[in-house]
Structures are given as structure tokens and as C-alpha cells.
Write a protein that binds this ligand. Structure first.
Ligand SMILES: CC(C)(COP(=O)(O)OP(=O)(O)OC[C@H]1O[C@@H](n2cnc3c(N)ncnc32)[C@H](O)[C@@H]1OP(=O)(O)O)[C@@H](O)C(=O)NCCC(=O)NCCS
Length: 189
């Protein structure tokens, strides 16, 4: 079974903690609710690893660069459980989200934003087809200080890597999964 995405379920939420990452240190947070799995509103999906276990979550919120619908685009985010990082899953999952938006909506652009020091996410985004657009100076308040970020985007017409190749490359069993919900209702992109 390859890396896949499916709607988030209540039983996933105790594992989607957002923890163990300095780039997600925004202070106390209640356990999140499952995000809606619809693309035309803010939402999210569960990321299922090749071993069938919950590896993490992807999410998106809509931003706009003009007052009309044609200037709206989703900005995506991702968090993986620590034991599932470094296996290509982040690359494959984000490439799949991009594929979902270009296949099932009419958006021209999908965005992402990450810290200047988050090399793993920068490399994952670039491997997924995103292009670096610029530095957002002092854009994010986190852990007691302002941080610079990097804005990334992929346009509908941009060249993108082969999704089957990315998914195959990430088709590894995690070192220790930790039982959770199997991948049912996987979405195609
Ligand atoms: C960032 C994250 C999504 C990347 O996903 P991943 O599955 O771990 O990354 P991948 O295995 O797809 O690796 C992507 C690239 O980053 C590199 N990489 C992975 N971990 C790295 C690390 N800790 N430091 C530097 N590079 C790293 C890989 O070598 C790979 O580069 P390559 O294609 O040139 O070989 C994941 O590590 C994560 O969830 N981190 C914590 C939360 C977070 O930072 N989310 C993003 C917030 S904007």
C-alpha cells in the first residue's frame, strides 16, 4: 500500500498532536477536531503511510490576492508524526494535495509557507513541485520572537514531478507504527 490521503476521523485526533516540532510551537492548544475534507473551504486530510498507519495530517486554508474568486488560492500545511519523517512521505503527501486541487477545483495556484530554518519542509516542497517565491520577513510570531518565512507556490502550468514516482519512493513501512485507523476511503489525486 502506498502513501495515501483520506478524510480525518475522530480516532485520528489523539495522534495529530502537532508536537515534536519547533516549527509548530505556538503554545497550548486543545485537541483538534477532524477538519472538513472539502477542497472549496478550509480543510484537511489524514496522511496514511505505506504500512497503513496514520502518518500525520495535511491542511489548507484559502487566501486571496484580489477581491474576486479567480484570485483565491489554498495555502497548504503539513505535520507528520516524528517516526514517519524523513521517508519521503511529506513530499508525496503534499504533491498529492496539489494534485487534488488541480484536478477537482479550478485554482491556478497552490501556496505553502515555511520557516527559513525548516530545511526539511523546503526540500519536500521543492521535490513536490513548488517554487520558491520570496522571503516573508518577520511574518510569524512563534516561541517568543518573529520569524522569517519563505513563500512557495506551484501554478497549474508549472512542471510537476511524477506523482506515482513520489508515492512509490515513499512506500516504506514506518519503523514503529503505533496502532491506529487503517486507510479507508483513500482519495485519488
Ligand atoms: C517537514 C516535513 C513535512 C517533511 O516531510 P518528510 O517526509 O519528513 O520529508 P521527506 O522525507 O519527504 O524529505 C524531503 C527532503 O527533506 C530532506 N530532509 C528530511 N528531513 C530533513 C531534516 N531534518 N533536515 C534537513 N533535510 C531533511 C530529505 O533528505 C529530502 O531531501 P532530498 O529530496 O533532497 O533528499 C516533516 O518532516 C514534518 O512533519 N516535520 C515537522 C512539522 C513541520 O515542520 N511541518 C511543516 C511546517 S511549515
Amino acid at each position: 500500500m502506498a502513501v495515501s490521503l483520506r478524510p480525518q476521523q475522530p480516532d485520528d485526533m489523539h495522534l495529530l498532536t502537532g508536537g515534536e516540532s519547533p516549527f509548530d510551537d505556538f503554545g497550548p492548544a486543545s485537541r483538534p477536531e477532524p477538519r472538513p475534507a472539502r477542497l472549496d473551504a478550509d480543510g484537511g486530510l489524514a496522511v496514511i503511510a505505506g504500512d497503513g498507519q496514520l502518518a500525520g495530517g495535511v491542511s489548507w486554508h484559502w487566501t486571496e490576492w484580489g477581491p474576486t474568486a479567480g484570485s483565491r488560492c489554498p495555502m497548504i500545511g503539513i505535520w507528520l508524526r516524528p517516526e514517519y519523517r524523513g521517508h519521503g512521505i511529506g513530499t508525496a503527501a503534499q504533491a498529492q494535495v496539489v494534485g487534488l486541487f488541480f484536478r477537482h477545483t479550478t485554482v491556478n495556484r497552490v501556496e505553502a509557507h515555511t520557516d527559513v530554518e525548516n530545511v526539511a519542509e523546503q526540500r519536500a516542497l521543492e521535490a513536490a513541485g513548488f517554487q520558491r517565491e520570496g522571503v516573508t520577513r518577520g511574518a510569524q510570531w512563534r516561541d517568543g520572537t518573529y520569524h522569517d518565512g519563505i513563500l512557495y507556490a506551484v501554478l497549474r502550468a508549472d512542471p510537476r514531478p511524477s506523482l506515482p514516482d513520489l508515492v512509490a519512493a515513499a512506500n516504506v513501512a514506518a519503523r514503529d507504527g503505533g496502532g491506529t485507523t487503517p486507510a479507508t476511503g483513500a482519495l485519488s489525486s
